[in-house]
Write a protein that binds this ligand. Structure first.
Ligand code: SAH
Length: 357
């Protein structure tokens, strides 16, 4: 994906010029270019930024992930060397917390970050100085088992939307009405590109797919099948997504119009966990399951961990309790956020995936 060098506000103008010169552009291009610009030009995480993620809410999130990975590694025979891989590590907070927890169990993996933003790489370097960086998963080490984590990574990858018109399925494209971006149906018939079963939906229906997420999962899960290892994916999404657009833009903790300021708001879409699980199974991996983030954290002992932290730091007891509830409560991040686990067929089943989502 190209990252364009111009400052904020310029990207909208670039898109307008492109559309005027060559016609409507795809949502994949709009979202891909917008997010590349967005992440390249800022650290969006935290109270002063645009959104807050689980590892920035509490150290318990990364610690329990580290514990889970250490448990998997120990039960699979403590193979070494082994690599910790994180996709889109943000500020490096999750990795730092997870690595500290893993070390207590004798697990000190090499650290590999897949991160395209040069700005965030600087922040990650300060948190995890020993890390090595990659633009994509293709350059990850080939020999080691991989312990993979992705939190709010897949939701940032560009989605393609198809819309049912009276004439059949078309790609949803972005055109101009004056200076405003508007959705239009593309000219090319897309009926042959539809997932099975989607043909019956009424006119106006939208089906969303994420080719970029599928491509990353395909390559990564192939590596896990070849090299050993396991992966934990956390994101907002569903096991079997309903039809409809889930595209949203967030800026300064508020939902905004995705067309308003491309490159200055975080564009996301829900993650299709069912498709990721199918890809894992097609590569020969074991699908451990997809459960609510709250159920997963509770099964891993988040309540006991919160109590221990509160006992060690009584002044912060209320903050620790509030952070835990933010992560696990059904009306906060506990239910809409999902945890998905996959592992090499010869690796053990992981803790926390027994409950239904
Ligand atoms: N995991 C972190 C950050 C989530 S934000 C946390 O939980 O706090 C999304 C992260 O993915 C950022 O680090 C962003 O720079 C990175 N990212 C987005 N698109 C990417 C891409 N195509 N390739 C690699 N990294 C990407």
């Amino acid at each position: 994906m190209t990252t364009l060098p111009e400052p904020d506000g310029e990207l909208a103008e670039i898109f307008r010029r492109l559309i005027r010169n060559t016609g409507p552009i795809s949502l994949v291009q709009f979202m891909g270019e917008s997010n590349a610009r967005y992440y390249a030009t800022r650290d969006p995480l935290g109270g002063a930024g645009d959104f807050v993620t689980a590892p920035e809410i509490s150290q318990m999130f990364g610690e329990l992930i580290g514990l889970w990975l250490a448990d998997m590694w120990i039960n699979s025979g403590r193979e070494e060397p082994v690599s910790y891989v994180e996709l889109g590590p943000g500020r490096g907070t999750l990795a730092k917390d997870a690595l500290r927890a893993m070390k207590r169990y004798g697990l000190e993996p090499a650290v590999h970050f897949v991160e395209t933003s040069r700005t965030l790489r600087e922040v990650q370097l300060a948190a995890v100085p020993q890390a090595q960086w990659h633009d994509d998963v293709s350059t990850l080490p080939w020999d080691d088992p991989l312990l993979v984590v992705a939190n709010e990574f897949f939701d940032a990858l560009p989605v393609r939307q198809l819309v049912r018109t009276e004439e059949g399925w078309r790609e949803r494209m972005i055109a101009l009405d004056g200076d405003d971006f508007v959705f239009v149906a593309g000219k090319q018939p897309m009926d042959a590109a539809m997932p099975a079963g989607a043909g019956d939906l009424p006119p106006g229906s939208i089906v969303e797919t994420c080719p970029a997420a599928a491509a990353v999962a395909y390559e990564l899960f192939h590596r896990l099948a070849e090299q050993g290892g396991c992966a934990l994916v956390f994101d907002y999404g569903a096991q079997r997504p309903d039809a409809g657009s889930t595209l949203q833009a967030v800026r300064a903790h508020r939902k905004v119009d995705p067309f308003e300021t491309p490159g200055s708001a975080d564009l996301t879409a829900h993650v299709d966990f069912g498709t990721l699980a199918n890809i894992a199974e097609s590569r020969g991996l074991r699908n451990l399951g997809t459960v609510g983030q709250g159920d997963w954290l509770r099964a891993l002992g988040v309540e006991a961990r919160a109590q221990a932290l509160a006992k060690a730091a009584p002044h912060y007891a209320e903050d620790i309790d509030a952070a835990m509830h933010r992560l696990i409560d059904a009306d906060q991040m506990g239910r809409l956020f999902k945890a998905m686990g996959v592992a090499h067929a010869a690796w053990p089943g992981g803790a926390g995936f027994a409950q239904p989502s």
